[in-house]
Write a protein that binds this ligand. Sequence first.
Ligand SMILES: *Cc1c(COP(=O)(O)O)cnc(C)c1O
Length: 375
Amino acid sequence: MNERIYLSSPHMGGTEKNYVDEAFATNWIAPLGPNVNGFEQALEAYFGEGFHVAALSSGTAAIHLALIQLGVGAGDEVICQSMTFSASANPIIYQGATPVFVDSEVDTWNICPEHLEKAIVDRIAKGKKPKAIIAVHLYGMPFKVDEIVAIAKKHDIPIVEDSAEALGSYYKGGPCGSFGDISILSFNGNKIITTSGGGALVTRDPKVKEKVVFWATQARDAAPHYEHSEIGYNYRLSNICAGIGRGQMEVLDKHVGLRRANHTFYTDLFKNNDGVTVFTEKDEDRLSNHWLSCITLEASAGFTSEELRLALEGDNIESRPLWKPMHLQPVFKNHPYYGTDVAERLFENGLCLPSGSNLTTQQKQRINTVIAQIV
Ligand SMILES: *Cc1c(COP(=O)(O)O)cnc(C)c1O
């Protein structure tokens, strides 16, 4: 059997281990230390003047603390893009709140401005104004930032920008992760850069960062003994993991370039098949990191996404359907949904292809061979 080609596997740059070794040498084997501070500084330098970053144990933890910071509690409602990974929505439930799911639009596959507006107006009419809007840059593709921000401003509802898949993507020249009232990043093993597991919360308010770090370290009040006046969490990033993150920040731009080159590779591969569309930026306003290269298929392709998936699997190559919308998930099926079938059709007709920044020429050759056969 050929060696497995993964959808998106970790890709070390080379210096990560130096930072990890330093942590061992200085005995900073803890969820705080020089690597945690250094990693936060590297991320703050990336976002630029005025941004503050709290390094956390996961992107999910970052969304959870974002909702807590925004005052989301039992009985509240939070709007969430339906087409996303479940981690975008789960923290709403952790807080005892109700998710209100909204469909995608066809250009960016992200939260649809029209249905968002309808959802807000309808929820207010029913007696509850949503406490927050969770908008996601799916597969690294920036959502309709201007439109979504305008709607949020009009109704005075804060945005939690889920940029877990979009570190290194840009909208009108600004980095994804800088557009929310609070933004979050993920450094899970399959993301654009990884700390093995990890995440971050991005804010313009230094007091918010301070509060988030306080909650993430068990909410210990200032006292010689352990004194608590709030519920805390164990959500801080390990100093070992943060060391990996410091090394990964040095290769972020390079790895985004490689992911974008994968996207060009697939665009070439399918250029003679009208029934296959490679998911691409629709205008000059957005630059996607192309975290995952995705395609959608029409009947004229001559094969289905499932047939292609199985053909790739036959050569031990991993591919995966697009995210199954949350309003279709058994666990969320009783929650409100606003939209039509845009996300559902993307799920039915789409496929994510191997997209690691470490894909070799030889591996691309194998992918090419399988796809050429089925096309
Ligand atoms: C990965 C991911 C998350 C969660 O990040 P973790 O670090 O895995 O907890 C949240 N939202 C989206 C869209 C993701 O892809």
